[in-house]
Design a protein around this ligand. Sequence first.
Ligand code: HEC
Length: 248
Amino acid sequence: MSSQEAALKGCATAIAVAFLVATALAQESAKTVADGVYTETQAGRGAAVYETACAGCHRGDLGGGTGPALRDQRFTREFAGKDLKAFFTKTATTMPRNAPASLGDAVYLDIVAHVLKENGFPAGSHELTADALDSIRVLPGRPKPPPPVGDFSYVEVVGCLTAGPQHTWMLTQASAPVSTVATAAPPAPETLAKALGSETFHLLDAMAYAPDSHRGHKMYVRGLLIKLPEEQRITISAFEVVSPACSP
Ligand code: HEC
């Protein structure tokens, strides 16, 4: 090899390395569906169309019917690791199965936003647009986060049963309230095993549950949360002893 050839080869290698680095950097900085790539408004529009054009086959909760599920493992297996364009193209060119490509790109983008939301990916401040699709990578779907606990949420907590002023009963050193469904089912073992916390709840209608005999016990309480400026209250619908001692 002449020195000139050697120089050229070295140069080519340097270019190849630079290219690889650039590609790696591009991938590193590429957006994913976790970066807030649609807006709430857009997903809301998508949800409305989904309901009329897709839910009949894929179910309102995306759980799958005549058509496959569009969330969870199925979504992950089919679409994770690809760019969002793959999902969009599949949808916009073949769905709804009984009228493919009938809705128009803007509407399909709205539906994609809705599907992302249902797969647990957050909304952001910019709408999803067609030219962004191939620069956004799809990640495995996640379970939707539980709804935030608000006033009049149905919640469950554990805490220490303590006598309050004027014949009231309090749950002290209680765990943060977690949203739950109104059910008569017994509490899950992992909820009973929860650690104490620093919340205090005034228990309404505790008198109906023989509170004196549970004084100082670690209790499980399920019920409706009522937040007042001066205190948090829970109306009891389930009340169970977790342990006769109340230590963290
Ligand atoms: C008439 C029933 C029907 C309707 C309505 C329908 N689909 Fe489908 N969809 C299917 C069937 C069946 C499949 C599986 C066969 C295929 O991939 O073409 C499918 C597949 C898909 C897939 C590929 C999923 C995967 O995991 O393979 C996506 C994405 C999809 N549908 C989205 C939609 C959207 C969004 C709508 C509404 C705009 C819609 N579909 C409306 C029946 C339907």
